[in-house]
Design a protein. Sequence first.
Length: 437
Amino acid sequence: MGRLCRGRATPAAGVALCVVMALPGAAAADTTSPYAFADRAVLVEGAKNSMGSTKLSPGSTYKSSLARGGKVYYQLQLDARETVYVSATAVPGPDSRVVYGDGVEVSLQDANGNNCNSSDARFGTSQSPRPITAWAVREAGPAGNRCKAAGTYYVVVERNTRPGSSTETWDTELRVVSEPGVAKGASTTPPDTWNSASPTPPAGARKERRGGTGFNDARALRTGVWGDRIEPGQTLFYRVPVDWGQQISASAELGSASGGGDEYIPAALVLSLSNPVRARVDEADTAYDGRQKTTALDPRAPVAYENRYSPIDGVTGTRVAGWYYLAVHLTPKVAEQFGEGALDLTLRVSVDGTAKEGPAYVGAARPADQFSVTGQDEDAAERGETEAGGGDDGSGGGSGDGGSGAMKVIAAGGFGAGTLLLMILGVWTLVGRRRAA
């Protein structure tokens, strides 16, 4: 435990911290990370080979790490009915050095080493450290040509590196989501056409709404014009409810700088769209020379279950309803030319189309309500809440819970708060008795 918990007259907060630190799997809250990890993320260590790999469960989120050039394994036990998505968000430090080919790859393999599905994510032209996410899926139903049987599967997360990149270990967040099967007779024919014309962006005055720093504290938005400020090197996250039959479009405008030189910075502003299982749907960027610049996402197909059967990447991404995520990144190179101050950012978001009935799922998703848009979701978007329930107060992009760090530590340890409270009270009573004696 070290010196922290050796005092004879420990204050109540200190007692709580000492009890929490003694719990298996408990971890102190990381206040230095550029990314907001899930409060209840379970700490796991990836295995160097498939044997002895840690078991992951659908509906859960995990925090792990990935060394330079490393490859790690995790395990899944799956039935034959569910479609399971696994995403890995790699979080390099803000001072990390990344080059064009650096990135992360995720694959799902069966017990015979067959690759069920895989994808990768790269830093690309911006060569700027920021959270990036790769994902893989085990498909159930008629679309899956392999990996349909119940049994043991392995999640393989690999870090791709190129000469010139930093050597430090990256933190990673793993999220496992299960989608239930559908009743027989569900359509497997992907759409041939849809409205692919660029929509007219919303107009009017911006409303300030501060973005979060990860998927877990992303600020909720609805159709409208939203204002924020972004610093060089920062990534801001937002989320938008998109129901079955609806189509999302978005653009990001970076305001002009008051000073600086005449350098032209390529891929200075990066805008990306991810679906409810954190799979990337689209990404766009723009260069910056001190004058206002705008980048916009291409129109994507309306959300439909049968989109997953399309051979077009831009269609398969809109396969499920739920919260869609927008991430905006500003390269730190902007500070070298135009100063370290924050710049104005305007997001124009549209959700078009009338919501339709979703597929006839047989069973429940894990987490629950993962693939639907509820009235509560619509209210959250209206108020600008984070996932933790924080409202639109224009403050920074924290978790929005306004609670204590101790409760986050308790959640990270996966320990019941009620049980822990009883332990704390017991220890505190013991301390009081010793003082009286």
